[in-house]
Design a protein around this ligand. Sequence first.
Ligand code: ZN
Ligand code: ZN
Length: 256
Amino acid sequence: MKISLLASGSKGNAVFVESGDTRVLIDAGLSGVEIIKRLNRIGVDGKDLHAILVSHDHSDHTRGAGTLGRKLKIPLLVSHPTRQGCEGLLKKTDVVEFESGSSFVFRDLLIDPFPITHDAIDPVGFTIESREGRIGFATDLGIVTRLVTDKLAGCRMVVLEANHDEEMLLNGPYPWHLKQRIKSKHGHISNNESMQLLGDLLHEGLKGVLLAHLSEVNNSPDLPHAAATALLSSQTCCSPRLVIGNQYQPSEMLAI
Ligand SMILES: [Zn+2]
Ligand SMILES: [Zn+2]
């Protein structure tokens, strides 16, 4: 399996996942044109995509989903409530609905959408499993629930949110109500919370950790990078490759 963060942050998110002959995106929060460009930069032709999975209805995850679905004539895999939440965007696209909490098969992938707490209509994380292994994706987490940890346990590569540094958020320029929203159970998790989650996910088969959805205002890539490096070097059970997501360019492609 291969995975690359095409874009990561509050201005737009998209993750490329490939397993065998199947290629999908998780979210399409940039314009369709920009996503195609970024796919080209990692050596992928947009025409080779088979579907777009949608995690929730916020625009930083859905902006280009409808356009890409129509242009590439591929289905959008989306829950019914989320579909209703972005009905306008998805007009005339082929939509395949899933139910949060119920796994389903798409081509040779077993996809398990699981509920997360976030201020969207029906937000989910995903695990995606194939003959090549299992990977996990969880961003836009208000809190790390037991379910999130359980679902991601044993994954060989994980995309985890590391949204903000708590001090930077507290002392930063955002208005108080926005700070409260981000810190709330329906907002985003901090670098510290992300590291606690990562600590619970370490196992000898863990090959890749991709930290995602970093705030440009309330975080700096060096902070989660240093924290994750310290955490990973304090143990000997695994030495996964570490990637920090970027808003402006695709990450390297990680493979298992
Ligand atoms: Zn969101
Ligand atoms: Zn988001």
